[in-house]
Design a protein around this ligand. Structure first.
Ligand code: HEM
Ligand code: HEM
Length: 178
């Protein structure tokens, strides 16, 4: 039977679905950020790719909370490495988690304190305020930069998983998440 929870030799179905499902959603989110950055205003492709940025960003935020909670519940019996490489992997994964939370959170906080209001999948979440709360806007100024930092970290993470573990060391790290 398919194992739902994690085991020391392999991640369970829930972790693998969250990992690969969110990886696909992050690819779409970075594509929309790229369109916002690279294409001119009024461009149809930019409009189409940007139209889902807020809803998908909020969905990723909710999913990372779920994933973090599931990771904590499985902490004692997850795959782990010892030594310096193990510590580097833990630090890298923690940095990914921190940015996956903070990047959307600062924009959600800005929406809560802003004058435009905020809806998620058509459901009103925050009403428009008459005056904005200045600090909520200030923290969101770093949203884009932190988002690109997350993209860089993801590229590094993929390089380590595929090039280092699979091609150089031929170990089972990739297959336990596959
Ligand atoms: C994990 C989720 C998210 C990621 C990875 C992400 C990533 C990014 C990136 C890389 C940019 C910069 C685009 C550029 O350089 O032009 C950006 C811009 C933007 N994002 Fe997100 N985003 C996420 C979630 C959200 C959410 C939840 C909201 C709204 C509540 C949002 C609203 C915006 C807005 C308004 C901009 C344009 C202004 C700015 O650069 O701050 N994003 N996003
Ligand atoms: C082609 C894309 C990807 C590949 C090949 C890949 C590969 C892997 C592998 C092999 C592991 C297990 C590492 C170990 O046990 O030490 C892992 C774990 C992890 N990956 Fe990825 N990954 C990809 C995309 C992503 C993306 C887009 C993110 C986040 C934005 C991400 C975040 C994580 C995190 C946080 C972990 C730790 C386990 C967990 O809590 O889920 N990965 N990845």
């Amino acid at each position: 039977m398919t194992q739902l929870t994690d085991r020391p030799d392999r991640y369970g179905l829930v972790t693998r679905m969250l990992h690969w499902g969110m990886a696909a959603l992050f690819a779409a989110q970075f594509l929309s950020a790229w369109a916002h950055w690279a294409l001119p205003r009024g461009n149809d492709l930019r409009g189409m790719l940007w139209s889902y940025h807020t809803d998908l960003g909020m969905t990723l935020f909710l999913l990372v909370l779920l994933r973090g909670a599931w990771g904590l519940a499985n902490m004692r019996h997850r795959p782990s490495e010892t030594g310096l490489a193990g510590q580097a992997a833990v630090a890298g994964h923690l940095a990914l988690y921190a940015l996956m939370v903070v990047v959307p959170l600062v924009r959600i906080v800005a929406a809560a304190g802003g004058t435009r209001g905020f809806s998620y999948l058509g459901m009103p979440i925050f009403a428009a305020r008459e005056t904005e709360i200045a600090w909520t806007q200030a923290v969101a100024e770093w949203h884009g930069e932190m988002g690109w930092l997350l993209a860089l970290l993801v590229l590094g993470h993929i390089a380590v998983a595929v090039l280092w573990h699979r091609v150089v060391r031929h170990d089972d790290v990739l297959s336990r998440m596959a």
